[in-house]
Design a protein around this ligand. Sequence first.
Ligand code: SF4
Ligand code: SF4
Length: 100
Amino acid sequence: MSVINPDFVEEMKLFGEDIALACFNCGTCAAICPLIADHFPRKMIRYIQIGARDRIMDQAQDLWKCLHCGLCTQTCPRGANPGEIILSLKRYVVENWRRS
Ligand code: SF4
Ligand code: SF4
């Protein structure tokens, strides 16, 4: 069972992420991502929104599959910059790995 952390959105601001709440989960980024795997990157953004930190840590290896091609950022209709959110999540994981 995943533990929900309602402060996670605020915590992510320390790692350069402050726009995840703009995402309305349309799935455009997941449709265009060349990884075409398991709703990435949309699912990671949703995990931030609901504070599912444990899910992010459990699936952290997926963050390092990102090619940083920018396609998701270019096509996001909300300007949520999903590519940059993935970078912020990588910074978070590197900093917090030992306490996960
Ligand atoms: S394309 Fe933008 S608004 Fe749509 S799910 Fe991805 S990040 Fe969210
Ligand atoms: S930047 Fe990363 S998450 Fe975005 S479309 Fe490219 S590979 Fe997928």
